[in-house]
Design a protein around this ligand. Structure first.
Ligand SMILES: C[S@@+](CC[C@H](N)C(=O)[O-])C[C@H]1O[C@@H](n2cnc3c(N)ncnc32)[C@H](O)[C@@H]1O
Length: 268
């Protein structure tokens, strides 16, 4: 095999993919019929489900602006980065400081293939295929890449990815392993589906789990709070995602306001 050629990968087009369903909900074009069917199962339960995806992108952009502009972070590790979309992390960060380095990680090789277009635009952005369910291997792969210095403060972004870990995956243990890698002065930004105790959250979780996608856990405030153990929460804390330092693009009256939470923690 040609050593220079990208590693071959197989795309199972018979199954919905998280990245493509998300792309569809955001109004993108990188999706298949099987993805649209899974998204429609969600829409049957909560017609405004696409607003969660949009609110999440907005939260992510606000989080990146805070980290780079206010917290002075110059290294970002975006785990579960997804397909390129409007306002990608490297674009938002490097618009504030061109020197910010960004490593995108996703376990879907299709994301790697699409992100090559991003790689072509600057040398401070890289993408790797790795799985959050094996955090040690993931961080070792990122270290070996050499773009980020993980002995200096950095921020790890976990935007819309941890809810795709099942309870059997042990998200508490995985998040603890991720936090172990944070040196003092580092940050962790997290957004996640929220079980606010109402039937809509439960019904939507069933649609995510059994309507074609196969993942998407809605977890309680208590469960999400535990993911920040040992970190100091940045104001306003762990809150409904749209309440986290809203800007002029944040919907004050979103119909999915209570279904999504977000927060940023700092390693003391
Ligand atoms: C809903 S998208 C979020 C994309 C982006 N972070 C955002 O907030 O706009 C979730 C992404 O996480 C990826 N993902 C899911 N499970 C993962 C895992 N175990 N390891 C790495 N990536 C994962 C999916 O392939 C998908 O691209």
């Amino acid at each position: 095999m040609d050593e220079q050629a990208p590693a071959p990968f197989y795309v199972d087009t018979s199954r919905a993919s998280i990245a493509r369903v998300y792309d569809y909900l955001l109004g993108g074009k990188e999706n298949l019929e099987v993805d649209r069917r899974a998204a429609d199962a969600m829409r049957n339960v909560v017609p405004e489900v696409g607003e969660i995806a949009k609110a999440n992108r907005c939260f992510l952009r606000r989080a990146v602006r805070f980290l780079v502009r206010d917290a002075g972070i110059r290294q970002l590790l975006d785990i579960g980065s997804g397909l390129p979309s409007d306002g990608n992390v490297n674009e938002v960060a490097q618009a504030i400081d061109a020197g910010v380095r960004v490593v995108y990680v996703d376990n879907d090789p299709v994301v790697l293939a699409h992100a090559r277009a991003l790689l072509a635009v600057d040398e401070q952005t890289a993408v790797v295929t790795a799985d959050l369910r094996r955090p040690e291997a993931l961080f070792e792969q990122v270290t070996a890449l050499g773009l980020l210095d993980l002995d200096a403060p950095f921020a790890v972004l976990l935007s819309g990815v941890v809810h795709h870990l099942s309870d059997d995956d042990d998200p508490v243990g995985i998040l603890a392993a991720v936090r172990e890698w944070l040196v003092p002065g580092s940050y962790m930004a997290l957004s996640h589906f929220l079980d606010d105790g109402k039937s809509r959250a439960y019904a939507l979780e069933l649609a995510f789990l059994h309507g074609g996608l196969g993942s998407g856990r809605f977890r309680t405030w208590k469960e999400l709070g535990g993911y920040f153990d040992g970190l100091e929460l940045v104001e306003p804390g762990l809150v409904y995602a749209n309440d986290w330092r809203p800007d002029e693009f944040t919907l004050a009256e979103s119909p999915v306001h209570t279904l999504y939470a977000g927060g940023i923690g700092r390693k003391p």
